[in-house]
Design a protein. Structure first.
Length: 345
């Protein structure tokens, strides 16, 4: 009996797609390119420290640990601020002082937030605050021409089949990095092997080992640049088509969740293009293991990794991200919902 398609995991590369001459209406003009999302943040913070002499950063208490380690690598003083159940700044406890010159990082969670009101809140408190918009989970918000923050950045490999790539937009001139990272080679090789894999060819461990090796090098190559193959792949990607598929899949999942009485953590607008659909589950680990047994690998955002943060601790225990990306059709969304229905019983 043929095993079911695996849902989730890292993207595999469409080798034939790289031969196409399709070129979308997007470009990398005016965008600073780096090896990864954390590399993009590294160069933003480096620019802020050198340009403004600021060394204090306010971070939300729900985030990926790599944001913290990147800030610490630049020797920034990290202060966590509380976010509320809408995943927005809790203005009642926000520590930013009037006219304080400090960095405030605001995350666009799952590509589902409109950050304008939060940015305005920060500006009202302090016109001297330097605002970073973290669009790692929100490529399509990063892609919009509107620029309300002082800096915004994203990670290509979270949304597309690119082995590496962190992008930055800013009115300031950031450092241009020419030297390419090395980890993309392992990610690329793993993606190719995953794309052509058949059970009789080789075990999953072969390409998974390469993915892990590449992942293990990302922090070491935080100062390196983006590979040419990711630039080429991105420019040949039909990003509008990918957005359409994500929105279509998201709509099906959201409608299915309602029938299962499962709440999304934040509202899902039909006009947004989510990275995942985040849900809150009382017995998340039990449900997730059941999904694993059916070859559906839903990630968690984010493991605490030793951090002591209030909202992060709650989400690390209860959040599960449902996959809706462009690799999958209505058939896979139905399979996810049917498996989820059995898992919550």
């Amino acid at each position: 009996m043929q095993s079911k398609q695996v849902i989730g995991g890292e993207f595999d590369v469409d080798i034939q797609g790289l031969q196409y001459h399709y070129c979308g209406n997007h470009s990398l003009d005016g965008i600073f390119t780096y090896s990864s999302g954390r590399s993009a943040l590294y160069y933003i913070l480096l620019d802020i420290k050198q340009r403004y002499g600021v060394s204090k950063i306010y971070l939300p208490d729900y985030l990926c640990s790599s944001v913290v380690t990147t800030a610490e690598k630049i020797q920034m003083q990290v202060v966590f601020y509380n976010i509320n159940d809408n995943l927005e700044i809790n203005v009642n406890t926000f520590q930013l002082q009037e006219q304080e010159k400090a960095v405030v990082l605001i995350i666009n969670y799952f590509g589902l937030k409109d950050l304008e009101s939060q940015i305005n809140t920060v500006r009202t408190i302090s016109k001297d605050a330097i605002i970073i918009e973290d669009d790692v989970q929100a490529f399509y918000e990063f892609h919009k021409p509107t620029m309300l923050a002082d800096y915004k950045f994203t990670s290509l490999r979270k949304t597309f089949a690119c082995p590496d790539g962190g992008l930055v937009k800013s009115c300031n001139e950031l450092k241009v990095v020419e030297e390419t990272n090395k980890f993309y080679q392992y990610k690329m090789a793993a993606s190719i092997l995953k794309s052509i894999r058949k059970p009789e060819y080789y075990d999953d461990e072969v390409y998974l080992h390469l993915f892990e090796k590449g992942e293990g090098l990302i922090d070491d190559e935080i100062e390196k640049g983006m590979s040419d193959i990711s630039k080429e792949s991105f420019l040949k990607t039909d990003i509008e088509r990918k957005s359409y598929i994500r929105q279509r899949n998201a709509k099906q999942i959201v409608e299915g969740l309602k029938s299962l009485n499962i709440d999304t953590i934040i509202p899902v607008s039909e006009s947004s293009t989510p990275l995942f659909i985040p849900v809150w589950l009382k017995d998340r680990d039990k449900v997730r293991k059941q999904m694993f047994r059916h070859q559906i690998f839903c990630p968690v955002h984010w493991p605490l990794e030793g951090m002591s943060i209030r909202k992060g601790a709650e989400m690390a225990e209860h959040e599960m991200s449902i996959i809706i990306d462009q690799r999958y059709t209505n058939m896979e969304m139905t399979r996810i919902l049917e498996t989820l229905e059995k898992a919550i019983k």
